[in-house]
Structures are given as structure tokens and as C-alpha cells.
Write a protein of this length. Structure first.
Length: 468
């Protein structure tokens, strides 16, 4: 089965927990109706077990979060922090009898400072909302996950998420300067800084980024901003094979070019996007490469990259004529995951990252795995980073197909490690990849990570069962 649920908490236990929570929270912030709490049980990942929450809490203030953690510590109740639940690894899935701590109501942008180029935000701020707010000051917050219209900054921090522009601007971790974090016992800790530089002590800020709510609950973040770049222009290049497209990626990066975006869609993904959106992408292509530049002379950069694509075997190279055409191509890329989900109704979205030089080997290996298991597997990739999203399309009502989907998923991760890569570039570990984390970091690394968890959360109440 895709989901498995364990026995719900007893009514008397839930009642006591709710009573204690209500001593420091308004009634409208505590949800205990089982039909309502069940809707908070999972994120968007498949094949990840979830328990039944005892209660859902939606705080608005730091003090309310502290109260929740103090009660949870007193009663030894697990706490699962959540954002918009757009994650793809089960990191936000409930555990049996837990407090789901949904931070979506803590959604204020507290400060935008154009001089220091920082924004101070609460965790429930939606990524796109922040991007638009800082743009009004001539600034940009670069991390842009595909779910940027709905995912939250807190969730982005928890999973160390990336996005389409990472090839030039980097991932979330590079923009988190400081954090306010509520620890498991309710204490409030501040990490990091507001300054452009700072090397005082261990970098606890980076430790929390990507920790998936297992070390503390982020209640405020100081984020670095960049000057808003010029609008980017996009080039689309068609290739007769995925290998040829990957060769072009290597040539572009080896040539010293710095695209703001370098994305790949294989033929399966292109056809799925057409079926969903009717955009009319070229279905004769085996791989479509999108390259963008946000420089002051993007046309010249696109011309140079276009020549490299042609040298690598591109059958067609089409630079966008204007910003509107560029945006249309980006919409096609952002539609890739919903389009693949529509193929069979259910998807497993992998997140394997390999060195750029091995990208062609990975994609060809995925094609073999798809054939072996008689499955449709589409690949879209942040090609400039070597970060691929092989997406296994399957019918969840078919037990045999579901089994083959899970087997193919594991084989793709094994292939990624074999090629010198990592099991996740930006989606995180959560529940889905726990056993694979152990394989990647080894027994010594696993032991030390568990010891770090023990320091911050000695009772083990914060998002238990995730990561390891």
C-alpha cells in the first residue's frame, strides 16, 4: 500500500493534551476533529507511512510555539513541524499521536532592508510572496523551487530546497544568514547574524538548514538578498539523444558560461507537458535543453551557447525573441512534474544529483531501468547542477506496478551513488530515503548525526522517524 496508518491515539490522551495546549493558545489554533487532523497527515510523497495526529496546532507567535514545545516535552508527545506540505520525501508526515505544528499562519515579512540586503521573515511566508515583495525594492530572493507559488520559507529551510536558478545563484542554504529557533524544551535560540560576514563559533545556522525539523522549530529567518537581475532570455535546443544534450551541458559549463538556468526535459516529459498544457513543444525531440541568461547582453550569451549546442549535435536551436516567449518556456518546465503525474495518476519523484560529467550516464541508466521494469519514467533535470528528477509514473491501484515502481526508484538511487552522486540534491531525506542516507554517509557519519540529534532533542520528540 502507498500509505500505512497505525492505531490512533486514545481519546483520553488526546483530551489531556488538548487541555494543556489550550492553557497557552487561543481555541481556534488547536484542531482536534479527527476528520480535520487527518488532512494534515502527509506531504506529497508516495510510499511513505504516516501516523494519525492527535492534534493540529496553528500558532501565530513565537510564544505560542514555545508553549507547544514545553507541553510536548512535559507530556513526552512527538511534534511534527509542517509548512505547506509540498515536500516530496515524507519529512512532514505525521507520527502516531503527535502534535502537528503547522506554521502557515506565521506568515509575516517583518523587514526588508535594501542597505544590508536582507529580509527578516516568519516561516509561513510563501516563497513567491517574498520574491514579489523584495522586487518592489529592486532586490531578489533567488531560491525558486518549482512549487514556489505555494511552498513556504520554513519548509524551504527545513529541506534545504533548490530551484531552477541554482546553477547561477545557489540553493536555500546560501541565503540563510540567521535563524530564531525554538528548541525541543521550549527555549528560544538565535543563530547566525545580519552582517555580510561572520565566523563566530560553529555554524549552527547551516546545521539547522536541511535538518527537516528534527533539531528545532524555525520561527524567524534572516535571509540574504541580491540586486534584482535583468529579465532573462531563454534558448531552447532540441537534441537527437539525451546523451547529446548532456554533452552540450558539459561544453557550456567547461566554456566558463554562467547561465541563470540550464534545464533538461527528456522526450517522456516533453510529451507529458504537451498532453497537459497543449503548449506545442517539439515531440520529435529526444531531449529539450533550456538555457537562460540574465546578463546585460543575454542575446550574445545565448548565441555562444547555441553554437555549443549545435556542436554537440542539436537539431534545432531557437532563442526566444522576447520576455513573453521566454516565460512560456519556463512555464513548460515548471509544468513538468504535474504533467508526469497526469500520465498514470501517481508518481515517485526521485532527486538524484551526480557530477555534471556523469549526467549522461545517469539518464541512460534510467532509460535501462525503465525498460527493465516496464515503466514510464520521465526525467527533468536542473542539468547545470547535475540534479535530476527521475519521475516514476505508475498506477497506485495495481500492486505489481507499485512494486516495480518502488524497485525502480531504489535502483535509480543506487545508480546515482555508483556514479559518485548523492541520493538527494534538494528534496531531503524524510521517510522515503532513510535507508539510503545510511548507505551514503556510512556508519560513522550516521552515528555522529544521531549524536547531534541527541544534543538538541534528548527526548527524541522532534519529528521522530525522519532522516534516520
Amino acid at each position: 500500500m502507498i500509505m500505512s496508518r497505525i492505531e490512533a491515539p486514545r481519546d483520553e490522551d488526546t483530551g489531556n493534551l488538548v487541555d494543556r495546549l489550550l492553557t497557552g493558545l487561543p481555541a481556534g489554533s488547536v484542531l482536534s476533529d479527527p476528520d480535520v487532523t487527518a488532512s494534515y497527515a502527509t506531504d506529497m510523497a508516495s510510499f511513505c507511512p504516516a501516523g494519525v495526529p492527535a492534534v493540529v496546532v496553528l500558532p501565530r507567535t513565537v510564544e505560542e510555539v514555545q508553549h507547544v514545545l514545553r507541553v510536548a516535552t512535559e507530556l513526552r508527545v512527538p511534534v511534527v513541524p509542517q509548512g505547506a506540505r509540498t515536500g516530496l520525501s515524507g519529512a512532514a508526515n505525521a507520527t502516531d499521536g503527535c502534535v502537528v505544528l503547522s506554521l502557515v499562519r506565521m506568515d509575516r515579512i517583518l523587514e526588508i532592508d535594501p542597505v544590508d540586503r536582507i529580509a527578516v521573515v516568519e516561516p509561513g511566508v510563501v516563497n513567491a510572496t517574498l520574491s514579489r515583495a523584495v522586487a518592489a525594492h529592486g532586490l531578489a530572493y533567488p531560491p525558486d523551487p518549482s512549487s514556489w507559488e505555494s511552498c513556504t520559507i520554513g519548509g524551504n529551510i527545513g529541506t534545504a530546497s533548490g530551484g531552477l536558478c541554482c546553477v547561477k545563484y545557489g540553493v536555500t542554504a546560501e541565503y540563510v544568514l540567521g535563524l530564531d529557533v525554538v528548541l525541543a524544551d521550549g527555549r528560544l535560540m538565535s543563530t547566525g547574524r545580519r552582517t555580510a560576514k561572520g565566523v563566530a563559533g560553529y555554524d549552527l545556522t547551516r546545521l539547522f538548514v536541511g535538518s527537516e525539523g528534527s533539531l528545532g522549530v524555525v520561527v524567524r529567518a534572516v535571509l540574504a538578498l541580491k540586486p534584482e537581475p535583468p529579465r532573462q532570455l531563454v534558448l531552447a535546443a532540441e537534441f537527437p539523444s539525451a546523451r547529446a544534450a548532456c554533452d552540450a551541458v558539459c561544453a557550456i559549463m567547461a566554456g566558463g558560461h554562467v547561465p541563470s538556468l540550464l534545464e533538461l526535459m527528456d522526450r517522456t516529459t516533453v510529451r507529458a507537458v504537451n498532453a497537459l498544457t497543449g503548449m506545442g513543444l517539439p515531440e520529435t525531440t529526444e531531449a529539450l535543453l533550456l538555457a537562460a541568461f540574465d546578463t546585460h547582453d543575454p542575446a550574445a550569451d545565448l548565441a555562444a551557447v547555441g553554437a555549443l549546442c549545435e556542436a554537440a549535435g542539436a537539431t534545432e536551436v531557437v532563442p526566444a525573441d522576447d520576455l513573453a516567449e521566454s516565460e512560456l518556456l519556463l512555464q513548460a518546465r515548471r509544468a513538468a512534474l504535474p504533467a508526469l503525474e497526469a500520465v498514470k495518476g501517481t508518481t515517485m519523484i526521485d532527486d538524484v544529483c551526480v557530477p555534471r560529467s556523469r549526467l549522461g550516464d545517469l539518464i541512460e541508466g534510467i532509460e535501462r531501468i525503465a525498460g527493465k521494469h516496464r515503466l514510464t519514467i520521465g526525467v527533468c533535470a536542473h542539468a547545470g547542477d547535475g540534479n535530476t528528477h527521475p519521475t516514476v509514473c505508475f498506477d497506485a491501484s495495481d500492486p505489481d506496478e507499485s512494486r516495480r515502481a518502488r524497485a525502480s526508484f531504489d535502483e535509480i538511487m543506487a545508480l546515482g551513488l555508483e556514479l559518485g552522486g548523492t541520493i538527494t540534491g534538494e528534496h531531503g531525506v524524510g521517510v522515503l530515503k532513510k535507508e539510503w542516507l545510511a548507505r551514503e554517509i556510512g556508519p560513522v557519519g550516521l552515528e555522529l548525526q544521531r549524536q547531534i540529534k541527541q544534543v538538541f532533542d534528548p527526548l527524541g520528540i522532534l519529528n521522530p522517524g525522519k532522516l534516520f
